[in-house]
Design a protein around this ligand. Structure first.
Ligand SMILES: [Zn+2]
Length: 105
């Protein structure tokens, strides 16, 4: 699985960074990924149990957040559900059609 170092979403270039170890929310719960719209950084968990497949799915999840933010789409309370389902759909589409991460160099 190739994960690009940067991706462009609309006019914004996001850096994709692997965290040192586990990513946590302020309340201490573990996260697989996060997106900072202001700094344009997507962080993926550096947890050693985190597989390459999970990293790719997580990247799609964070990218769908970036797409909806860029496009002004607001899903309200369904935001995480729709984001995750679209991430799974895109990940499966890439796997099923023999595509590596779209745009990976
Ligand atoms: Zn999310």
């Amino acid at each position: 699985v190739k994960i690009p170092a940067t991706v462009k979403v609309g006019a914004m270039t996001y850096d994709i960074v692997k965290a040192d170890g586990v990513l946590r929310k302020f309340d201490g719960t573990e996260m697989y990924g996060s997106i900072d719209y202001n700094a344009q950084v997507i962080r993926l968990s550096g947890d050693e149990r985190f597989s390459a497949q999970t990293a790719q799915l997580t990247l799609w999840h964070e990218l769908f957040h970036a797409f909806t933010k860029e496009r002004g789409i607001e899903w309200g309370e369904n935001d995480e559900l729709y984001t995750e389902e679209l991430a799974k759909a895109m990940h499966a589409f890439c796997v099923d059609n023999g595509l590596d991460f779209v745009g990976a160099k």
